[in-house]
Write a new protein. Structure first.
Length: 170
């Protein structure tokens, strides 16, 4: 899988370019899917920054995850609102009905409905997606920290070598 630079479309072929696959693996994405919108965006981000540093690639991918997190947050809020509306609507309907039902019993009955169950499951799935994206952002932050440390170590080693010191090999 790759992304055509001209059209932005995911293309099939002899597999994902190893340079792109290596960058994705470095942040824990070992099997990107062309059916996953986020994976496609991450592949595109790496393609756009192939000539850049690893740090630039991480920033580009992190931007895509942040955008996905924003959308996931909106989806979660809508799902939560839908669940609460179903519960409130059903509770009011049952309390106001002919068979005088207490509010507590009406709420339990509403929570037992298939409509509420479906909405609640959707809410939980949306919540978990948002949580996963937050953890993925943490992964990108850790990868960036490691990259900065590696660069600082390389600079220190270069300065050490430039000053005439020879490192010991053990």
């Amino acid at each position: 899988m790759g992304v055509d630079g001209a059209t932005g479309e995911v293309i099939e072929g002899g597999g994902l370019d190893p340079r792109v696959a290596d960058v994705l693996r470095s942040v824990g994405i070992h099997h990107p899917s062309k059916d996953d919108v986020l994976h496609v965006a991450l592949v595109d981000a790496v393609w756009r920054t192939l000539g850049s540093s690893y740090g630039a690639q991480l920033v580009a991918m992190r931007f895509e995850v942040a955008q996905a997190l924003r959308l996931a947050g909106e989806d979660y809020a809508r799902a939560k609102h839908q669940t609460e509306r179903i519960l409130a609507r059903e509770t009011v309907r049952l309390v106001g009905g002919d068979a005088k039902v207490s509010r507590a019993l009406a709420q339990q009955m509403a929570e037992a409905s298939d409509e509420y169950d479906t909405a609640r499951l959707n809410e939980l799935v949306q919540e978990k997606r948002e949580q996963w994206l937050r953890k993925l952002l943490d992964t990108f932050a850790a990868a960036m920290d490691n990259h900065r440390t590696d660069r600082a170590d390389d600079r220190a080693a270069s300065r050490f070598g430039a000053s005439g010191h020879v490192s010991e090999e053990r």
